[in-house]
Design a protein around this ligand. Structure first.
Ligand code: 13P
Length: 253
């Protein structure tokens, strides 16, 4: 079933105290302001997972995610964290293939496909990111580019596994720049992605997949973006570090 998801990607930000303060504020506002039908996912840096999870407690509607996982299950891979370890801490979601991982850590479509498989094997929901650079957008090949990312990383999955994946369309030129895609640009790309998924897995499955938009989404532009029929939520960077802004995005649905 298509879910409405607002996920906060904290990236490499916040100390322990800051993370606990932010989480407590979000949890209290979410409860007090009676949020319904929108799943909030907090994706902090790894060491925050345990305390953040504790603060969330058993509140329905708020889940915890990680920003990355290994493609391996366990073993001598210093510095890595596996989906198996994450699942044992109660993590439910994991961001895979963020453009910052692709760019700075040279993660390829093929490698990201392995991470998706590893996450699914542990019962985690991958939030699989795709998106084009400004050069590609200017060349007019953006649609082909993001379709290719999906084909390479996800089209080897079984239909049952694909149905458990969440997609995040994040144009690189919109990330952290304040240059949000227009809601029409987002809708156009989300529809193209959904049709692409349908071409491989069928219309029904594609219709059930949540496709989130990411890239300078904030409390002021969220309602417009989220009003589009193929935009099923957001993956929020900067604005997820401020509790009021994050809640306002959730409530603008
Ligand atoms: P900003 O919301 O800061 O542009 O970041 C988007 C993002 O990269 C979320 O993963």
């Amino acid at each position: 079933m298509r879910r409405k998801i607002i996920a906060g990607n904290w990236k490499m930000n916040l100390t322990l105290d800051e993370g606990q303060k932010l989480t407590s504020e979000i949890v209290n506002m979410y409860k007090d302001e009676n949020v319904k039908d929108v799943i909030a996912v907090l994706n902090p840096p790894f060491p925050h997972i345990f305390p953040v999870k504790k603060l969330i407690g058993d509140i329905k509607g708020i889940a915890i995610g990680a920003q990355n996982c290994s493609d391996k299950e366990f073993g001598a891979f210093t510095g890595e964290v596996s989906a198996k370890i994450l699942a044992s801490f109660g993590v439910e979601y994991v961001i895979i293939g963020h453009s910052e991982r692709r760019e700075y850590f040279k993660e390829t479509n093929e490698f990201l496909g392995k991470k998706v498989v590893a996450a699914l094997a542990q019962g985690l929901t991958p939030i699989f990111c795709c998106g084009e650079s400004l050069d590609i957008r200017n060349a007019g090949t953006h649609e082909a580019n993001v379709k290719y990312q999906l084909t390479e990383s996800l089209f080897g999955l079984s239909a049952g596994d694909m149905a458990r994946v969440v997609i995040a369309y994040e144009p690189i030129w919109a990330i952290g720049t304040g240059k949000t895609a227009t809601s029409d640009q987002a809708q156009e790309m989300h529809l193209a992605l959904r049709r692409h998924i349908a071409s491989k897995f069928g219309k029904e499955l594609a219709g059930d997949i949540s496709i989130l938009y990411g890239g300078s989404m904030n409390a002021a532009n969220a309602a417009d973006l989220l009003s589009k029929p193929d935009v099923d939520g957001g993956l929020i960077g900067g604005a997820s570090l401020k509790s009021r802004d994050f809640l306002d995005i959730i409530k603008s649905y």
